[in-house]
Design a protein around this ligand. Sequence first.
Ligand SMILES: [Zn+2]
Length: 608
Amino acid sequence: MSPAWSYEANNSNGIKVVYPKSESSIEAVSTFLVGQVPINSNLTCNGQSVRVNQSGFFAHVVPLHYGANHFLLLDSDNGKTNDSRIDWTVFRKPPPKPISAQELKMEVQKPNYDLGVTSGNIISFVVRATPQAVVTVQLGPHQITLTPVPESRQSSNNDVAYGKTYRRYDLNESDLYKGSYRIADTDHFASIHPSYKLTCHNGNLSVLGKSAISTVEHLYIARTIKAPTVVRLGPGLARTTPLVEGVRVVIDGWSGENMRCVYSPNRHVWITKQNLIMESEKELPHNMLRMDKINPDTLVPQAVAQTINILDDSYGEKVCLPLSERLPYQIEQKLNPNCLIMRVYGVSADTDWITNEPKSNDKEGSIIDHVSWRQAEDNVYEVQVYLSGKRQWGYHANYDGTTLCLSIKHPPTTTADGTLRGLKICLDPGHGGSETGSIGCSGIHESQINFEIADKVKTYLEDLGATVIMTRNVQSDGPSLDDRVKIATDNQADFLVSIHNNALPDGRDPLKEHGTSSYWYHPQSMELAASLKKSVKEASGFLDLGSRYQNLALARATAMPSVLLEIGFMINPDEFTNLIDPQFQSKIAESIANGIKHYFYANNDSKQ
Ligand SMILES: [Zn+2]
């Protein structure tokens, strides 16, 4: 993890502050001055003693008041020279001022995007305006009165992730108004703008909302044009299974650039406009208002599932579902029972056969125990793939023409000599290029430390017989996150391990919060994440921050177990002292290689 603070103060003084940059603006209640002084310095900050570790590194937490905060760092043991003092200024931006009862003012906060809505959808209105007023919204023929929301019901969380903190002044009277409207069957809006009206003792005010609201009078059909196309459960919200290109979806609404796709009457997902190409909307008659009014013979994406075929390939085994067109799907992984569930939307069942290739029929060595199907609900076809091993090693879905294939990875096989021979491991040294990650106490960047450690892991793994693929081979390379995952997937790697070092946002304390942690996203990677964290933590001797679920690009790979490691904290002086030590780096690298080996040989039922 790394906030966007990769800059360094290159002053020639004996006191060096690498974070924050002087004259920078911070919104949190506190920050930390991170830097370096000559060994055995006696450093103070505004007269207060600063803890400096044996290598001369420090991270000193300072509270921030609104406006300019001045810090005088003084090294009293070197008091005779010019290098012994440094003035540092950090600004804390005051939060936005509330609207006072004396002002006549109204700011529309929501909706702030164009909306395409259908019957039953709820539109939320949020307005900041003069307290003790009557605020109404005119939406077509409807007038909605907004309700003042007491300040106590508003979030006052001042520790939002990575330095972005918004905290408003405490208020006796709220300037916040909220309301909502549910779209009715009889509503027909063609790009109308809500009109807001405020009435109070100071006078009246009218504001026309920027967001254009339309009722979706007919459905739109679109096709995905990118692989992977990111699919979300709400505009900007959590991800679900990404799609490949050429998948046809039904669209029944939008919020700004996010298009709402109908998977089933009970399941909507969102895809950005940039990932879709619209099919001619004239193909659908304009009087078709809703899904239930569509004639089954129109161009709505749909297919009938007949045979399910189980085939072998170089990756493992695949479950193939021939369809007449590319339809959307979601994949769910479960470890107990050990199975993968694939839901395909727009599909009705006429399945009489599940066929196996001869090799797969032979239970011995087959990854798939059995496959079953069910019609989960109207137009939702579900394939359940039960697996025979103790572990899952990866999967990916793709279309071959219009046949949907769920490929399941064959477990890599262990060897009698206990090495990693035959194993392909992808190592990702986090960040690189212009993306330098977090900054360490000396000004060195995380991307460099990550690379140095990953390079040593490579040597240990190769000594154990493994083939190692690096996502970047020189320190100047900086492939995108998607490209890093693609490198691992295209190479059919058996493991993907991303190596990082951590930092904290402003408002936190690097002397109290630090340690080793690991991150997984799919259940198949949970055990590996725990195994690697345990191994690295034992080697580092750092605090144990655990093994956690987190939505990180490098942990989202499905084709192999993939884990992101945060070895230590760049801004914790003691951890940083270790992280730049080549011997310590070797010890950590060895522990990562051994962690992979331990995981691989424990519970592996796929012996050669
Ligand atoms: Zn990082």
